[in-house]
Design a protein around this ligand. Structure first.
Ligand code: G
Ligand code: G
Ligand code: MN
Ligand code: NA
Length: 254
């Protein structure tokens, strides 16, 4: 299988890099964190988007190794951002089911934190609803251990999966990321707005935060803030960039 061999080759050549997209506090407009997004820097083909290789890497199990690279980069970046800004800055890492179920994820996580001197509170994890469908005791145990370390767990693309809402109470979830498909047309489509309003209400009732994804206009950001959404992410503020470009946008403490 050609792509599997190419991914192995890329792992060997260190071609997987983390890009970062800012997360913004909708009340203050400040950048308070970032999401790590994997990019494949391929010599012949330029940048290859995750949608083309992540699904394959999940099938082959190579996502475990790619994930380790991204997690390590995210920890290093979190330390740099916290040092520069002097305020808590949280870097979110996407974790797929395969990583949690087949890698020794907790050990990998602890090792990355330790070797980079990153505090657990500086990292958060984004998981998908489909992971919670597995309902395995092992997944719940691992997520509980991660949460006990002080690492927040968010549901990515919330509202687009198939799982029951009851999982929100069974797993240690502290944040819902509202999928960009709801956000994009919210000002033109009253029904989308109702969905967003309801997600925010539910999150508030359960003591969870909300992050809106795919925010591209000031009008949308303003409306989301009025609705009680805490955080936003989108091209309005920042397109995913390399670590240095985002680091230098942060106000420096000294
Ligand atoms: O940045 P971009 O829109 O290309 O990312 C598309 C999707 O790829 C993200 O929403 C996320 O679900 C997935 N993705 C990006 N980086 C990672 C990663 O490091 N690990 C995993 N498991 N998925 C990622
Ligand atoms: O983790 P997740 O699959 O949600 O990753 C978000 C994806 O959405 C990334 O690939 C990122 O490049 C993309 N993205 C982030 N902000 C915006 C935005 O404002 N508009 C659009 N169209 N895409 C965005
Ligand atoms: Mn994500
Ligand atoms: Na998402």
């Amino acid at each position: 299988f050609r792509t599997e061999a190419m991914i192995n080759d890329a792992l060997q050549k260190d071609e997987f890099v983390a890009y970062y997209q800012a997360k913004v506090d909708l009340s203050s407009g400040e950048i308070i964190g970032a999401e790590a997004l994997c990019r494949w820097r391929n010599g012949d083909n330029g940048f290859i988007a995750p949608s083309t290789f992540i699904p394959i890497a999940e099938e082959t199990g190579q996502i475990v190794h790619i994930g380790e690279v991204i997690l390590r980069s995210a920890c290093t970046f979190a330390v740099e951002c916290n040092q520069r800004s002097g305020k808590q800055f949280v870097v979110a890492v996407n974790i797929s089911a395969r990583q949690l179920m087949y890698g020794n994820f907790l050990a990998t996580l602890l090792q990355s934190l330790q070797e980079t001197s990153c505090r657990p509170e500086w990292i958060s994890l984004e998981i998908t609803e489909s992971l919670l469908l597995t309902d395995s005791g092992m997944v719940i145990d691992t997520l509980n251990s991660i949460s006990a370390l002080g690492i927040e767990i968010a549901i990515d693309d919330f509202g687009t999966g198939y799982s029951a809402l009851s999982y929100l109470c069974r797993f240690p979830i502290s944040c819902l990321k509202i999928d960009q498909s709801f956000v994009r047309n919210m000002l033109e489509d009253p029904q989308q707005e109702v969905l967003i309003r309801t997600i925010i209400k539910m999150a508030q009732g359960l003591g969870m935060k909300t992050v809106a994804e795919g925010v591209e206009t000031k009008a949308i950001a303003r409306r989301l803030r009025q609705m009680g959404c805490e955080l936003g992410q989108g091209y309005l503020w920042h397109k995913p960039s390399d670590a240095d470009a985002l680091l230098h946008r942060l106000p420096s403490e000294s």
